[in-house]
Design a protein around this ligand. Structure first.
Ligand SMILES: [Zn+2]
Ligand SMILES: [Zn+2]
Length: 331
């Protein structure tokens, strides 16, 4: 078993415990209250959602600009940015660690991708690995590297209140078409112990003769809840699921000073509980029940052990998304 907090920290934690324990208990009360409220709100949102008129797309190309895994010559980071191109246009989904790390600028430049070629930006959720880095997360301002060119007032579709300099920021209130024939399933909430109330929007597209394609950010609302919402929006079969599912079971990406941040933050559990093999088994069953033919796994928030279990136990053809690669889904 890996320790989520390495041994040198333990004496300090023991010393700080008279102070730490009451803080954690107060946080836990808020976390549990939010958890119930998020569950209730998601149920209401799902119940009131109506069928969406999704256009039949000829193809969807997903070009990975930022990911943990990368092709030769490209950089990787524990953040996410995907460029989605269809026969109706293009949408950039998330901007990884943005200008705070060299990854996105390097990979986009190498691929010749700039904001000129993008109709709009959509941010899955307001965490630093999706909205442009730590400074972006703290100031609630989406940040894009200058190398990508000027945003030129294009829309930035957000799951919750935030700014995006140079873009026309717009909070998505519920399921709707965004651009390029791609829809947002609307924000779905999750209570996170340290990161607090988190709204995340997954993307949905319909490919001719194939069915639905779903892309998530970190997958915080859980794929189970996302699939429930998608079931209300369309009766088409689910062809593909891609993006983050958040399974740091044996380790996390981006260990910080001996602390496995991903195994503690963003898990949807209190810090004294782990994401377990049983949790993963349940999610694998849910995905198999949804019956996609293809699954594109994000390694940015899922450990190698969990990726192997997904690959072995999912009935779908699985691939790990790699920065620099393009994945085509077509009629
Ligand atoms: Zn993430
Ligand atoms: Zn996240």
């Amino acid at each position: 078993m890996t320790f989520r907090i390495s041994a040198p920290w333990w004496p300090l934690l023991a010393l700080a415990s008279p102070l730490l324990v009451p803080i954690l208990l107060v946080r836990n009360r808020r976390f549990r209250k939010n958890r119930n409220q998020a569950h209730q709100l998601n149920l209401e949102r799902i119940n009131k959602a109506a069928s969406l008129a999704l256009p039949e797309l000829e193809f969807l190309d997903v070009t990975v600009l930022s990911e943990w895994a990368s092709e030769e010559g490209f950089m990787g980071e524990p953040g996410v940015s995907y460029l989605l191109r269809t026969d109706q246009g293009s949408l950039l989904y998330d901007v990884g660690f943005g200008p705070s790390r060299p990854t996105l600028a390097h990979n986009a430049t190498k691929l010749g991708v700039s904001l000129d070629q993008v109709d709009a930006l959509a941010i899955s959720h307001l965490h630093m690995d999706h909205m442009g880095g730590m400074k972006a997360g703290r100031s609630k301002q989406v940040m894009v590297p200058n190398e990508l060119g000027a945003p030129g007032g294009k829309p930035c579709f957000l799951p919750d209140e935030a700014g995006a300099e140079g873009f026309a920021a717009e909070v998505v209130k519920g399921p709707r078409l965004l651009t390029a024939g791609i829809a947002s399933i609307g924000p779905l909430a999750r209570s996170l112990f340290f990161l607090g109330w988190t709204e995340e929007q997954a993307l949905l597209a319909r490919i001719k003769d194939k069915g639905l394609v779903i892309f998530t950010g970190c997958g915080h609302p859980t794929i189970e809840v996302i699939l429930q919402m998608v079931g209300r929006l369309s009766d088409q079969p689910i062809h593909a699921i891609g993006g983050g599912l958040h399974f740091p079971i044996t380790s996390g990406r981006g260990k910080y000073r001996g602390i496995q941040m991903q195994m503690i933050l963003g898990t949807g559990k209190p810090p004294w509980q782990r994401i377990t093999d049983d949790d993963l088994s349940k999610t694998i069953r849910s995905i198999n029940a949804a019956g996609p033919e293809r699954v594109f796994l994000s390694a940015h928030d899922t450990c190698d052990y969990a990726l192997r279990r997904f690959a072995n136990e999912l009935k779908a053809e699985t691939k790990v998304l790699r920065a620099g690669a393009t994945y085509r889904i077509s009629a």
